[in-house]
Design a protein around this ligand. Sequence first.
Ligand SMILES: [Cu+2]
Length: 138
Amino acid sequence: MFKNLKVYSLNVSVTLALAILLAQPFYNGSVHAQLIYTDEVVEVKISKGSSDTNNTQFYAPPEVQVAAGNSIKWTNNDNIIHTVTQGKPSGGGNPAGFNSGPIQVGGTFEHFFDESGSVDYYCTIHPHMIGKVIVNPY
Ligand SMILES: [Cu+2]
């Protein structure tokens, strides 16, 4: 009887050890993901009348700070379409960067920022509309 018990407990130990070994990478992965992905979404509004160069506000606020691992959501509060396009108007945009394409009236565009740094963006339809995102290390 003792002999059977010993074999049984050895099997349980081996099974547990294997389970811990196998689970380890997944465990590390989920901890990593928790550190990076948070729920914060910073809001930027596209002001009414933004197509007019004499408007007092375009992207509001024009500069925002976020910690890496957070998103920004732009909402088009104007009555015509706009874009949120990474880069500077003079540089013709950053083809590797984000680009909302046309954001419809009342529509939104969300972008996730995973690297720290300073990110310029503008509206390709109205290049006088410029904005900046400062992404701080998390
Ligand atoms: Cu625009």
